[in-house]
Ligand binder design. Structure first.
Ligand code: SF4
Length: 110
């Protein structure tokens, strides 16, 4: 368990900072967003890092390195599909279409 537990507020702040840094926007579906924030917070408080809320741990921070949010694949998925694998982050262009995110392939093991 992490020494310092993250609150929902901490986790929301984290997602806002990631979105701002990457030039992305957050999923506007507040219920869905809230579920993902819950998953990220739970992962942080369980493993000590923000493991992707849509992926399982491989057992250590080192093994999970690429799957720590924002995962390495998001840099490809957001431009290509308009959103990351979890659909937590959208590109601004995709968000402006008002479209719903679709299921996309997980690049982790491909
Ligand atoms: S798919 Fe990547 S960027 Fe999206 S929530 Fe999971 S770790 Fe974060």
């Amino acid at each position: 368990m992490a020494d310092r537990q993250k609150t929902r507020e901490d986790t929301e702040l984290f997602t806002r900072m990631v979105a701002s840094k990457q030039g992305w926007v957050l999923n506007p579906d507040t219920e869905f967003y809230s579920t993902l924030v819950e998953g990220l917070m739970r992962n942080f408080n369980r493993y000590g890092y923000f493991l992707c809320p849509c992926r399982d741990t491989e057992g250590s921070r080192e093994a999970d390195r690429e799957a720590i949010c924002p995962c390495v694949w998001s840099k490809l998925d957001v431009p290509e599909y308009g959103h990351c694998y979890c659909a937590l982050y959208f590109s601004k262009e995709f968000a402006s279409t008002g479209k719903q995110p679709a299921a996309i392939p997980d690049r982790r093991f491909s």
